[in-house]
Ligand binder design. Structure first.
Ligand SMILES: [Zn+2]
Ligand SMILES: [Zn+2]
Length: 158
């Protein structure tokens, strides 16, 4: 039997990315959003990890299954890490903006910008719980069910 604990989790052997594939159409494609290589389901031994050990598990995956794989490409790996670092910075800025919004905001606290049309005419859909947020940080490779903002200009959810 294949891994049952992480049925929607896939990883890339070329760059070490992690993707959550919830929708069937995503699973049909299974392509890494960073390097375009094929995605693979988590190996069975990942079942022994609990969600709070997610980052540890990812580390394990990258050491034992990505870096040892014939598909592994150090350049793609590095590129993916750089992109993820940028994503984390974006999230941190967003969190700071939220925190600033709660207190009397200092002049011009940054607004959430639509990634599609770059309008700042956006509204929040729901609040991420702290735990979910931490989880997201580890796995930034964005699932489609994690949309938190709606763009009033182009109508996109992100
Ligand atoms: Zn990849
Ligand atoms: Zn937009």
């Amino acid at each position: 039997m294949s891994s049952s604990k992480w049925p929607n989790d896939y990883y890339c052997k070329k760059c070490g990315s992690h993707s959550l594939l919830i929708m069937k159409k995503d699973k049909d494609k299974k392509v890494c959003k960073y390097c375009g290589a094929e995605l693979f389901p988590f190996p069975e031994e990942c079942d022994k990890y609990t969600p709070d050990k997610f980052n540890e598990m990812l580390e394990y995956l990258r050491e034992k299954h990505v870096k040892t794989s014939p598909e592994f490409d150090p350049r793609s790996f590095k590129y993916r890490e750089e992109r993820e670092a940028k994503n984390r910075a974006w999230w941190a800025a967003r969190e700071a903006a939220e925190a600033a919004g709660k207190t009397t905001s200092p002049s011009g606290s940054p607004k959430v910008e639509c990634p599609y049309c770059h309008s700042t005419n956006t509204k929040k859909i729901s609040t991420l719980s702290k735990a979910a947020h931490t989880y997201m940080f580890g796995i930034f490779s964005m699932s489609r069910n994690s949309k938190n903002f709606h763009c009033n200009k182009c109508g996109a959810d992100f």
